[in-house]
Design a protein around this ligand. Structure first.
Ligand code: ADP
Ligand code: MG
Length: 485
């Protein structure tokens, strides 16, 4: 049914905090219930859908390993083919440019016995305007933050004389790695549209900015957040084989045998293994999508790209919910006669908001009511609030379950090449990212899907474990194991 029956006249002036409302003309009034039912049907992820996604993920991985450009999945070589041993010693820095935040960290490593002697970190939110500015502006901001942090070094942190401070640089965007300490940005994702970086070596961009800041440090390892997480988790546990980030965006990496990577054309690493970054955010095969996903994609700065990421990651879940609520408001008068301008504003409802609403166990769903009022500028009664929570649950359930299917796809691919070495023993998947960390229902749905796909017995061998801030320490560890000294 068409949603075009939306009045466009204004009521003014608007009272209090509420933005100026638009009137809903309910000539074609559709009730909200069928919209919800239809949504739930379209977003359903029964076992056959999960299985298809897992199988397609495994097949796409194989195609991406065969030849560059062979698949949606870029299957990027990380140039990380040895893991931290525990013997790493000294002072190292890590710098993490993610999507929402930028973190700096220092760690004093004490070798096998003392391990991590001390760590300190700081986190800065990336100002919105820098996401659309120039490469110089963004990297100057990062180098400046790093310089301020480095100034505060003291206490347990010591740099031996004659050495530069070395950095593990975590850069969570698709990079064509050219060595362990250089890589070309292929494209920005997660809403970034910085000019002048794509096609350039991001380490050179950082080095130039550090020089402009008069900061004498050097990058010894360039890794993405998944690789950092894998290395960090593996420092403590040899069974870690896969790492997955679910934050603003999403990606996964895993330990691969070099002899099953045709595009390496025989260049084996001495360990016979290497970490591959799947760039699974670009996966798109057989996903259960809705009109809301398609409209959001069409309005995005990278239409047609990163479809898996747009379905399962933190940047987008709140926005999908907002789009559903807007349709329910316009076509079904969910919030009464008027549609608030705020509800019509893209990305105004964030994933932490839907997460907070989803946690509300109160009788009257007061938190849901408060968030709807504060964020979307709408008033609601209990039944409306229940509908809103149902919408959140539907979108988050689909996201979590699809992420779980993706993980099984990776494990399945590994098992196909190394019979019984994955499902036949303990295998750890290290998880990190703000979405996974903070959204309990998402985590539960993800794990349920993994268990459904693998069955109870086999899934006992697969440990899905949160590796908190593993990526920062992991990047520092990789700087240490790739030290220039
Ligand atoms: P990145 O490194 O990609 O910037 P993080 O791992 O720090 O991201 O995660 C930040 C993202 O996590 C936010 O963009 C948001 O989508 C999600 N997030 C943060 N807090 C919450 C929360 N309380 N509930 C749900 N999602 C959250
Ligand atoms: Mg991150």
């Amino acid at each position: 049914m068409s949603v075009s029956a939306v009045g466009s006249f204004w009521l003014s002036p608007s009272p209090g905090k509420l933005p100026r409302p638009r009137m809903v003309v309910r000539s074609s009034a559709v009730s909200v219930a069928p919209i919800l039912t239809h949504l739930q049907k379209q977003c359903a992820t029964p076992l056959p859908v999960l299985r298809h996604v897992a199988d397609a993920m495994a097949a796409d991985m194989r195609a991406g390993l065969a030849v560059d450009g062979g698949s949606d999945l870029k299957m990027i070589l990380s140039y990380v083919d040895t893991f931290p041993t525990g013997n790493e010693k000294g002072l190292f820095y890590a710098l993490d440019l993610g999507g929402t935040n930028f973190r700096v960290l220092r760690v004093q490593l004490g070798g096998k016995d003392e391990r991590v002697i001390a760590t300190e970190f700081e986190q800065v939110t990336i100002p919105q305007e820098l996401m659309f500015g120039t490469s110089e502006e963004l990297f100057d901001f990062i180098a400046c933050g790093l310089a301020n942090f480095a100034k505060k070094e003291g206490g347990k942190f010591h740099l031996p004389s004659g050495r530069k401070r070395e950095i593990g640089f975590t850069f969570s965007f698709p990079v064509k790695q050219t060595s362990i300490d250089s890589g070309i940005l292929m494209k920005w994702t997660k809403g970034f549209a910085v000019s002048g970086t794509a096609g350039r070596d991001v380490v050179a961009c950082l080095n130039e900015a550090m020089e402009r800041q008069g900061l004498d440090m050097q990058v010894s390892a360039l890794v993405n957040d998944t690789v950092g997480t894998l290395a960090g988790a593996r420092y403590w546990d040899d069974d870690v084989m896969v790492a997955v980030i679910l934050g603003t965006g999403t990606n996964a990496c895993y330990v691969e045998r070099t002899d099953v990577i045709p595009k390496l054309q025989g260049q084996m690493s001495s360990s016979g293994r290497t970490i591959i970054s799947t760039e699974w955010g670009a996966f798109s095969n057989g996903l259960p999508l809705t009109e809301f996903d398609r409209d959001m994609d069409a309005a995005s700065i990278n239409p047609g790209e990163q479809i898996f990421e747009k379905t399962i990651s933190g940047m987008y879940l709140g926005e999908i919910v907002r789009r559903v609520l807007l349709k329910m408001a316009e076509a079904g008068a969910l919030f009464g006669e008027y549609v608030s301008e705020r509800l019509s504003t893209p990305f105004i409802l964030r994933t932490p908001d839907i997460c907070a609403m989803h946690q509300d166990n109160s009788d009257h769903l007061d938190a849901v009511g408060a968030i709807l009022y504060d964020v979307a500028g709408v008033k609601s009664d209990l039944s409306v609030r229940k509908t809103v929570v149902e919408v959140c649950d539907t979108i988050v359930k689909r996201g979590g379950r699809l992420a779980g299917a993706g993980i099984v796809g990776i494990l399945q691919k590994m098992e196909e090449d190394s019979k019984d070495l994955i499902f036949g023993k303990r295998t750890v998947v290290a998880m990190d990212g703000g979405l996974y960390e903070n959204y309990p229902q998402y985590r539960r749905y993800l794990k349920e899907a993994v268990t459904e796909l693998l069955g109870l017995e086999m899934s006992k061998n697969v440990v899905i474990e949160h590796s908190k801030d593993g990526s920062g320490i992991g990047a520092a560890l990789l700087a240490a194991s790739n030290s220039k000294y």
